[in-house]
Design a protein around this ligand. Structure first.
Ligand code: ADP
Ligand code: MG
Length: 692
């Protein structure tokens, strides 16, 4: 692919001025390549002309007919105007109707005796057949119509650009640059798998010989485009994995003293799933290759314990451990959860904050000279000024948000530590198999014993009193309650106002007899910690909070969570929030309050939460309802944006792409692999976590 030509700005095309350029830019079309990938919405098939007598209600038809009458219409009930023309051919007549028009347009079209080339959906009005808002071409004479008997692509409308202009632009561009769209993969691959060359596929799409959508939305040329981008994605996974294989890792020895002591001191028996995962981790860590494992498991399934055990193995072998989370708040929650485990074992642990002022230096020193063994923080902990003494293991929570950059920094420091990633936003198994192709995946699919399902119910906003009564019942029963407010419009400020206002309302008006606490992201760390500690110790009955509590809080006596504006959350996130309760032996409740009785989809989504406590199922449903693009779990999973493909609909193509990649890449010449790597970088750049 000659990337350069495809990167030419559309404004360089003949006939494209500043106005068209701007309109296109608004649609995200900046380059020739973007223009090529603007796929037709539908095709207008005008290859056959139908006699009027042969037109059928409910079908599309193309006719050539002469105007015999026209008139304006007035609908008394709606007080709206319309316009009608009647046309005839040798076989019969049909009526044309417009409810919107411009006078000059009608003047051109509705002239007695004029021949029209008409295409449209045929419907019935009383006894007569009609076409409403037909596509019309005025013919100078009947024979001219031969040129019009073809298939025309119709694109999603762009302000200020006529369909005809757009078509012309795309076709001109194709003439000049179609050959530049050639695949980055060698022709031998296309031949072996009988793939249409990309330039031909694009030509067939934009200059079609038939209605490509007649058998559904996915035609063979589109499949070709999807295969190409999936192939690139699968190649990226494959390359990443093969690079990894060559790295030299640390061969840790398991069953050291910290490891044994920690497991012995656990207050509970590990679940079978945890035991399995730990033995998988032990296997990785003791092997010579660096571990690159993703641990998937529902909230509360006990992932953290597994990570702590992995840490013990590294520490037993004299290495340091870094725990990273995507945001400072999440890192802090993590710290609060794990520090007691390490302190119990007399292992020094530090939280490295972004702005810790004077305190930062001694912590950095401690990391450098090895006095600090476990370091918790955001990705900032592997930044330039942080030098580790001997880093052996990195535990990454919600791995997707870590880009390429961080990994590269590590490699620059010539360190190849083991990496354990954890995620509580499960994505469906079939999907993870394909998109985490470069990772080893462990799944905890079993909850610790004694956990009871959290009874969940959706409430509409106007029956909030019912929820308040339930809250009161929990508290009089000696339990505690979370009330969660969402981030509204990404703005912490608005969010804060809401939680703060409601806190005051609960404290002063609604529940004056109970102890209410407030927790949000903008509070100072010590305050947060204090509030959390108070809640944990049962000094606070109701904690009004934002999604700060998403991760890390573990209060077995909290038996109810109320989530306001539940429709604003993704299902996976709701599921995570819900996981904050149900951690003790008592039955727990989750009330989802929604104001959106209007949007059926939102309510339907929420009802899924009532039906199941299984995070995988929820992810699957969420995906089906919202599509992959919107689903939190997937968006976060590091899957890049695809131009044409839809991961769910086109899963079969993804599997095909994986097979092709695995079969062909090992045989490719270095120059070809280099081209592919360039294409990957060009396409997804630094966002894409798998290209080191
Ligand atoms: P996750 O990180 O997957 O959300 P955690 O590791 O924080 O889950 O575990 C949730 C809670 O369950 C913690 O209080 C933890 O101590 C407890 N826990 C973990 N494993 C078990 C187990 N096998 N039996 C009982 N409790 C467990
Ligand atoms: Mg290893």
């Amino acid at each position: 692919m000659s990337v350069d030509n495809l990167k030419i700005a559309v404004s360089q095309l003949k006939g494209v001025g500043p106005k068209i350029t701007r309109s296109m830019e608004e649609k995200g079309i900046k380059t020739i390549e973007d223009l090529f990938y603007l796929l037709p919405l539908r095709y207008l098939d005008q290859r056959t002309i139908h006699p009027i007598s042969g037109l059928k209600e409910g079908e599309r038809g193309n006719v050539i007919a002469r105007v015999i009458a026209y008139r304006s219409l007035f609908f008394r009930h709606t007080r709206k105007k319309g316009y009608e023309a009647v046309v005839e051919d040798e076989t019969g007549t049909i009526s044309l109707k417009w409810f919107q028009w411009s006078p000059s347009y009608l003047k051109r079209v509705c002239e007695k005796g004029v021949f029209l080339f008409l295409s449209g959906q045929v419907s019935r009005f009383g006894e007569t057949l009609q076409m409403v808002h037909p596509d019309v071409v005025v013919l100078d004479d009947e024979t001219e119509a031969d040129d019009l008997k073809k298939v025309t692509p119709l694109y999603s409308p762009i302000d200020g650009i006529k369909q005809g202009t757009l078509r012309k632009l795309i076709q001109d561009a194709l003439e000049r640059y179609a050959d530049d769209t050639k695949s980055v993969y060698p022709e031998s691959i296309e031949m072996r798998h009988r793939l249409t060359p990309l330039p031909e596929a694009l030509r067939k799409i934009h200059c079609p010989e038939e209605d490509l959508y007649s058998d559904g939305p996915r035609h063979r040329y589109m499949e070709r485009l999807i295969l190409e981008e999936y192939l690139l994605f699968q190649s990226a996974l494959w390359i990443h994995k093969s690079v990894r294989r060559k790295e030299k890792g640390i061969s840790f020895r398991a069953q050291g003293s910290f490891h044994k002591k920690f497991v012995k001191n656990l207050r509970f028996e590990l679940t079978d799933a945890q035991k399995r995962v730990i033995s998988e981790i032990e296997g990785d860590m003791s092997g010579p290759e660096p571990m690159n494992r993703l641990l998937q498991g529902d909230v509360g399934s006990g992932k953290t314990i597994c990570a702590v055990i992995a840490s013990c193995i590294a520490i037993d072998n004299g290495y340091q451990v870094a725990f990273m989370a995507p945001t400072e708040i999440l890192a802090e929650q993590h710290y609060l959860t794990i520090h007691r485990f390490f302190e119990m074992l007399n292992i020094t642990i530090a939280f490295l904050r972004g702005n810790m002022g004077k305190e930062r230096k001694p912590v950095l020193n401690g990391i450098r000279n090895g006095e600090i063994t476990v370091i918790v923080g955001t990705h900032a902990i592997i930044q330039k000024d942080v030098a580790f003494n001997k880093l052996g293991l990195i535990v990454i929570d919600e791995q997707h948000r870590f880009g390429v950059l961080q990994r590269r920094l590590l490699i620059e420091k010539s360190i190849t530590p083991d990496v354990l990633m954890m995620t509580a936003t499960p994505i469906p198994r079939t999907l993870s198999m394909v998109v985490y192709g470069d990772l080893d995946v462990s799944v905890i699919d079993e909850m610790p014993k004694g956990r009871q399902p959290i009874v969940t119910k959706v409430f509409l906003y106007d029956v909030k009193e019912k929820v308040h009564a339930l809250v009161e019942k929990e508290i009089t029963g000696g339990h505690q309650v979370f009330i969660v407010y969402p981030l509204i419009e990404e703005s912490d400020k608005v969010d804060l106002l809401n939680a703060t206002q409601m806190f005051a309302y609960f404290r002063d008006s609604l529940f004056p007899d109970y102890r209410i606490g407030l927790l949000h992201g903008a509070m100072k760390a010590e305050e947060k910690e204090k509030t959390m500690a108070l809640f944990k110790d049962g000094v606070i009955d109701i904690l009004v909070c934002t999604t700060v509590i998403e991760v890390g809080i573990d209060v077995p006596n909290a038996t109810m969570i109320v989530i306001e504006h539940a429709e604003r959350f993704g299902l996976s996130q709701l599921h995570q929030l819900r996981g904050r309760v149900g951690r003790g032996a008592h039955p727990s409740k989750c009330a989802l309050i929604t104001s959106s009785c209007r949007t059926e989809i939102a309510t339907k989504r929420l009802r899924i939460m009532e039906k199941t406590n299984d995070g995988f199922k929820i992810a699957e449903e969420d995906m089906l309802i919202r599509g992959v693009g919107d689903m939190l779990g997937v968006r976060q999973s590091g899957i890049p944006k695809f131009r044409v493909g839809d991961i769910i609909r086109d899963m079969d193509i993804m599997l095909h792409a994986r097979n092709i990649a695995e079969e062909s890449l090992p045989e490719l010449k270095a120059v070809d692999v280099k081209k592919i790597k360039e294409a990957i970088r060009d396409r997804w750049g630094e966002d894409f976590h798998t290209i080191a």
